[in-house]
Write a protein that binds this ligand. Structure first.
Ligand code: SAM
Length: 197
């Protein structure tokens, strides 16, 4: 898999890639809503004619996100359900699916994403994407369980044409990294052109 080093934040890299591959009116999925930062970002990408469908297993996370999204004019449907069930809630093709693995920032870290369900969900996300749609997964190998999960998701991406990994300059083995793939997308060297990626 192509590995890219970035100087800025990985979140900014994810957002730059996803926004370059989505259009107003699209439907997008936030697979790990958490406090709603990515949900809000996706809403800005698809605009008031688009739709966001979000998943989290913690009601507290969804409540935090709803508060953050209170002024948004985008159609946002949040489900207190595991992302591994996304195919029962998402009936249409989508332009983007974002995962931000691990635990809810500011929580007790007792609820984290799990390798088995994450792999199931990433596979379902890929199936739901339209051609040219983008899948991004932020991985955190630094916490217990996160190393195994990150390795498993990386192995999954290794088998996808055009998949790319992003790491921060000087990042160690346990540092977060980002995986991105465009479904049946353009060649690697084209994706991200003009974004400095
Ligand atoms: C790193 S946080 C997400 C942060 C979020 N993107 C934000 O902007 O604040 C990971 C989230 O995944 C959630 N989670 C854990 N297992 C899940 C599952 N099976 N399906 C959906 N969400 C899950 C956790 O509850 C947690 O809120």
């Amino acid at each position: 898999m192509d590995c890219n080093v970035v100087h800025g934040s990985l979140l900014e890299t994810a957002h730059a890639l996803v926004s370059s591959m989505t259009l107003p009116g699209d439907t997008a999925v936030d697979a790990t809503v958490g406090n709603g930062h990515d949900t809000l970002f996706l809403g800005q990408c698809v605009g008031s004619k688009g739709e966001i469908i979000g998943f989290d297993v913690q009601q507290q996370a969804l409540d935090n996100a709803k508060h953050r999204l209170r002024d948004s004019d985008v159609s946002i449907n949040l489900h207190c359900a595991g992302h591994e069930e996304m195919d029962t809630y998402v009936q249409q093709e989508v332009a983007a699916v974002m995962f931000n693995l691990g635990y809810l920032p500011g929580s007790d870290k007792s609820t984290i994403t799990q390798t088995e369900t994450t792999l199931l969900a990433v596979g379902k996300a890929l199936a739901l994407l339209k051609n040219g749609g983008v899948l991004s997964v932020m991985c955190y190998p630094g916490h217990a369980g996160g190393d195994v999960e990150s390795r498993a998701v990386t192995d999954f991406f290794e088998n996808l044409d055009g998949a790319r990994m992003f790491r921060r300059l000087g990042a160690g083995e346990k540092s977060p990294f980002l995986l991105v793939v465009q479904k049946n997308g353009q060649p690697q060297e084209e994706a991200g052109r003009g974004l400095g990626l």
